[in-house]
Design a protein around this ligand. Structure first.
Ligand code: AGP
Length: 627
């Protein structure tokens, strides 16, 4: 079977004192008309940023340049470009995201200074110094660091692009992916990077580069990750790479499986729904290569049994949804292995003076593999001697490269900002890892391993059962559209499940939602429960059921309107609920799979019915590479 490995090669984004930017870049040089091609690719990169967009095209014969850019989305840029009937076959484009300040036509890329046209991802930390050092103030129109780089390049440019690039990058502090056109070199696009990614591909019609392989479209069946500090030349019919001494360099080509990217949203109005629906297949694919002859086998991942057997403590570093997957793993590790496990927000990890040594196994969990907090936490743990396994969706990403071992989830590209299939495939990978740990530590015998795997194998089908009832969850969602605040309550694993459910609802519906350990409510938060406050409860754990039901009654008696997602074979007694959704039954610890699908759908429908942009919620980007 085809293993759908992840292709997102994400980037360090840009941040400056007044703005934090995450961006996508593209470039094309070939036989085809470039404008629509660049616009289509930029749309695929909008998950990285969508506050402004721009492109510069160059006529290969005349060298005439057209620069179009605007604050707004790629669709706004498309309108501007629609007026232009001239055909160019060489161009660069950019889509940008600023969290505060700096959203303007002028600050949009590309930037032009003299002979230089430039798009950029990354952070040039010393741009103010460079302005002074090269006395550039008069050359600059925008507030961006990018324009400073363009101005420096232009200063150094005397007709030799390599020399200008070499001299410029020597001055740059920070991370960058620079894609450059020189107006007197109409046939070539130049690029160079440090940390921020650039991938490239070619076929018979031309050559193309982008920040992420998803934007290469159907260009090719293989792509390369451009090595750092290598000058890339994109010609119409070939890609050339040179080191900083001008010696030719080769880059490995990586296979592309385009199955999932070619389909776009398919029959769904949003990527999020498509990705929710893809979960059963993604779970099966993540499991498939790791179960050999009915046993968990991580040898294809290269994860040695010794590190699973010899570690004395386990620690997860992750952010957001990935961290919530870690919480589920913690429950498993503690119950199955009897080992203590820490799950830390990666952003807090270093400041908590974590107890880490060579007997610690650190699990770094990340969809993108580029989250800077997770990357830094992983580096910190490794410096202290910890062994590491990363659970990652993006092949070749920074965290994957930094970790001792990697288990790739096989979710396929996740485009929606809200993570869904990445989360559940992370769970699958973690269940397999814990299962293997239990085996090599002598806790599972063959029979218990078999029973564990039998349950895990059912997870995709149980999830499917929930997905098949999506219309029932849609009805429940309709009752929540006017809510300003909501609570999600449960204990133990239910609480972990709800933390993720609440994050989903918050990020895409903008309803302030708190997941709360239901036993803790009475210590303060219950004061916020008033008449008709929407409360979502999951009741999926046998040993917690009675206590959870009693906590539900507590909020009901304060007037809350409670929706319960309950394991189907649990009896809810006689109480009245605003709604009840029965989750297909599994062994308790596996209930996270069907329950998560239900909560994802709930958030999805609330967001959709509120008329929001489900895939691109405000203020958020898919890849968060600022600390
Ligand atoms: C998920 O819905 C979120 N958008 C976010 O919490 C995300 O999980 C977090 O930023 C971590 O990203 P990563 O998995 O790519 O490291």
């Amino acid at each position: 079977m085809t293993v759908k490995e992840r292709y997102f090669i994400s980037q360090k984004d840009c941040h400056k004192r007044e703005e934090i930017i995450m961006c996508g870049i593209v470039g094309y040089n070939g036989k085809n008309s470039v404008t629509d091609l660049l616009l289509d690719s930029l749309e695929l990169l909008e998950y990285r940023g969508y506050d402004s967009a721009g492109l510069a095209t160059m006529n290969a014969n005349t060298g005439k340049v057209k620069l179009r850019k605007c604050a707004g989305r790629v669709k706004d840029l498309r309108k501007i470009c629609a007026k232009d009937k001239k055909i160019s076959t060489c161009g660069i484009g950019h889509t940008r995201w600023a969290t505060h300040g700096g959203v303007s036509d002028l600050n949009a890329h590309p930037h032009r200074v003299g002979d230089v046209l430039l798009v950029h991802n990354g952070i040039v930390e010393n741009y103010e110094e460079l302005k002074d050092h090269f006395m550039l103030h008069k050359d600059l129109k925008s507030q961006t660091d990018t324009e400073v780089v363009a101005a420096v390049l232009n200063r150094f440019y005397q007709g030799d692009p390599h020399e200008a690039i070499r001299k410029t990058v020597k001055y740059l502090k920070g991370t960058f992916a620079l894609v450059i056109m020189f107006t007197d070199q109409p046939d070539v696009i130049y690029a160079i990077r440090n940390v921020s990614p650039i991938v490239a591909a070619y076929n018979d019609n031309g050559t193309m580069l982008a920040s992420d392989v998803v934007a290469l479209g159907a260009t090719a069946d293989k792509y390369m990750v451009v090595p750092e500090y290598v000058i890339m030349e994109l010609h119409k019919d070939e890609i050339k790479l040179f080191d900083l001494n001008d010696k030719p360099v080769e880059a490995d080509m990586i296979d592309i499986d385009w199955d999932t990217t070619r389909g776009g949203k398919g029959k769904y109005p949003f990527y999020m729904e498509k990705e929710i629906m893809e979960q059963p297949d993604a779970l099966r694919a993540t499991m498939q290569s790791r179960v050999v002859n009915g046993k968990i086998d991580l040898s294809a991942d290269g994860v040695p049994d010794e590190i699973l057997k010899d570690c004395e403590r386990v620690c997860v570093v992750a952010c957001g949804t990935a961290m919530h997957a870690g919480l589920v793993a913690k429950a498993l590790v503690q119950s199955k292995l009897g080992m203590h496990m820490n799950v830390e927000y990666a952003s807090e990890f270093m400041y908590s003076d974590p107890v880490i040594d060579e007997k610690t196994l650190v699990l770094a969990i990340s969809q993108s593999g580029e989250t800077i907090d997770t990357l830094e936490a992983l580096k910190y743990a490794r410096k202290k001697g910890a062994k590491s396994v990363a659970v990652i969706n993006v092949k070749g990403s920074s965290i994957a490269r930094e970790s001792d071992y990697v288990m790739y989830t096989v979710a396929g590209p996740e485009i929606a900002v809200a993570s869904t299939k990445a989360y559940t495939t992370q769970l699958m990978a973690l269940f397999l890892l814990v299962g293997r740990m239990a085996k090599v530590r002598g806790i599972f015998d063959d029979a218990t391993e078999k029973a564990y795997l039998d349950s895990l194998t059912k997870a995709p089908d149980k999830m499917q059962e929930v997905l098949d009832q999506k219309h029932d969850i849609h009805k429940i969602a309709r009752e929540m559209l006017d809510a300003k605040d909501a609570f999600m309550i449960g204990r133990g694993l239910d609480y972990s499940i709800l933390l993720e459910g609440a994050l989903k609802l918050k990020e895409i519906s903008y309803i302030h939602t708190e997941a709360y350990a239901s036993g803790e409510l009475k210590h303060g938060t219950i004061a916020l429960i008033t008449e008709n406050t929407p409360v979502v409860a999951t009741v999926t754990q046998s040993k917690l059921k009675e206590k959870e039901l009693s906590n539900i009654r507590e909020v009901q008696s304060r007037g809350a309107s409670v929706v319960v997602f309950v394991k189907e074979d649990f009896d809810l007694a006689d109480a009245e609920y605003a709604d009840v959704f029965e989750l297909p039954a599994m062994e308790d610890e596996f209930m996270v799979f069907p329950a998560s699908a239900a909560l994802q759908l709930l958030a999805y429908y609330v967001s959709m019915d509120k008329g929001l942009d489900v895939d691109k919620p405000r203020n958020l980007a898919k890849v968060v590479t600022v600390e």
